[in-house]
Design a binder for this molecule. Structure first.
Ligand code: P53
Length: 478
């Protein structure tokens, strides 16, 4: 069995990481607009609003807002038949709690989607990709507040109605499960607009995270139900960051630690796909005595809003060894993971594991029997531009090739139903984790550095021609 004839070959980005135009066309400030540039090993700062003199890399990004026509022409030359991006919530509702949308923002996405469709490229849209209106953080505390459900549903209703004949594939919350890493500030803020009280305990942070995640899952389920009413042809998925957590050895305690860690990181998918909370999580909430606002009505909503497919990102795998917390095996993502000596890592410490992609696809498909869509995969690396302007990136080709091979094995040997593949940041953009330009994923190079210097000129890397051939042969020639 080979890949389907109508396999979706694309590329993935997110509005805030490439558009720029952070205050153009009536756009409001998003959570991404108050994050400074970090670097390898140095975390991005979250500032109190936009502060003069700070370096906010997402403000200009690669200025796709003004370059989208020439960029879409390049995407068409590459041969993409789909393009995954997000709709910046703050272009449509600058503050997030307005009742009337901003027409200029809506028009921008009409123009962008028309340009894509004209070029045979189908838009694949994430509704919330780390770009919550910042006003919803300062006024409401982000997704810890139940009111955010209605704001998100209203935003989704507006854009799903507006683009119902232009967009068929949707996803609700990007990598909703990153916030399982609740001891760091980054994921809870980017996922949910959460800021924790100074000195909050581990338990408090965790409880707030679960509350926010619950409201998001309810919001997502509402949007799935509503979307199917707006257009019954819509395919609406969830989006999970899949980094499988292997047991470090075959020691039974390592295996159990891995099982529990997988539960803590992937229960989100259980709720999205099955429409109810898994037993292991209910038992955990009880043991921890979390006081969560989960109403009977919410549980009904979850049942009625199961996703159509599972969108997921895959970059790397993790490993865990018995961390001495038996019999509960309570897991702290920030502390309990160990290095896997069987695989190499990127310069940013991301462990490269192509076979892990096949493992992950099996994990999802055995558990849920729903179509899968690999909506992110890729290799962040430093690229050198030669004197003649060429860029040789064999390391990127090697990474993508190995992962595509593994994905094909999952289809051919394991019978997994796979909709498509959209490598991340196929045009260079601002890194979410570090805010750098230097951590590049693209097959298209963009001339801009970490300090913000550069002409923004686009050029093709060696991997461009390679990926073009992969698409043209439906993955046969790697
Ligand atoms: P960057 C962590 C782990 C896995 C995926 O990431 C992650 C993150 C957050 O950094 O994010 C996804 O840019 C995300 C994209 C992001 C991409 O992976 O940190 O959906 O927005 O850019 C790559 O190298």
């Amino acid at each position: 069995m080979t890949l389907k004839k109508d396999f979706l070959w694309g590329g993935a980005v997110a509005a805030h990481q490439l558009e720029g135009g952070w205050n153009a066309g009536g756009k409001g400030v998003s959570v991404a607009d108050v994050m400074t540039a970090g670097s390898n090993g140095v975390e991005r700062k979250i500032t109190d609003g936009v502060i003069e003199g700070e370096n906010y890399p997402n403000h200009e990004a690669i200025d796709f807002y003004h370059h989208y026509k020439e960029d879409v022409a390049l995407f068409a030359e590459l041969g993409l038949n789909c393009f995954r991006t997000s709709i910046a919530w703050t272009r449509i509702f600058p503050k997030g709690d307005e009742s009337e949308p901003n027409e200029e923002g809506l028009q921008f996405y009409d123009d962008l989607f028309d340009e894509c469709l004209k070029n045979g490229i189908e838009p694949v849209i994430t509704l919330s990709h780390f770009e919550l209106p910042y006003h919803l953080v300062t006024e409401y505390g982000g997704f810890r507040n139940r009111k955010l459900i209605d704001f998100f549903v209203h935003f989704s209703e507006v854009v799903m109605n507006r683009y119902k004949d232009k967009v068929k594939y949707w996803m609700t919350f990007n990598e909703i499960n990153n916030q399982a890493n609740f001891m760091r500030d980054f994921a809870p803020f980017t996922n949910s607009g959460l800021k924790f009280p100074e000195g909050a305990s581990e338990k408090e942070r965790e409880e707030i995270m679960y509350q926010a995640a619950h409201y998001e899952l309810v919001a997502s389920a509402k949007v799935v139900e509503l979307g199917h009413k707006i257009n019954p042809d819509f395919q609406i998925g969830c989006m999970i960051a899949m980094c499988p957590i292997y047991p470090a050895t075959c020691k039974p305690e390592d295996m159990m630690a891995s099982t529990v860690a997988m539960q803590r990181r992937y229960w989100f998918a259980d709720v999205h796909v099955r429409g109810h909370y898994p037993s292991y999580l209910k038992a955990y909430f009880e043991r921890k005595e979390f006081k969560l606002d989960i109403s009977d009505e919410d549980l009904e909503v979850l049942k009625n809003g199961k996703v159509d497919y599972i969108g997921f990102s895959y970059y790397m795998s993790f490993a865990i060894k018995d961390h001495g917390k038996a019999p509960t095996f309570d897991y702290n993502e920030d502390k309990d993971l160990v290095k896997n000596d069987y695989v190499k890592a990127s310069e940013w410490g991301w462990q490269i594991d192509p076979l892990g992609l096949r493992y992950a696809m099996n994990w999802f498909y055995e558990r849920y029997e729903k179509p899968l869509f690999i909506v992110e995969n890729g290799f962040g690396a430093v690229d050198e531009v030669e004197a003649d302007g060429s860029i040789h990136d064999p390391y990127r080709i090697e990474y993508l090739k190995a992962h595509i091979e593994s994905m094909k094995e999952a289809v051919e040997y394991d019978g997994v139903d796979l909709m498509g593949y959209t490598p991340w940041g196929f045009i260079d953009l601002v890194s979410a984790g570090t805010g750098e330009m230097k951590k590049r994923y693209g097959v298209i190079y963009v001339d801009k550095d970490n300090e913000g210097n550069g002409t923004l000129k686009r050029s093709k890397k060696d991997s461009f021609d390679w990926y073009q051939k992969v698409i043209a042969t439906n993955g046969e020639e790697l």
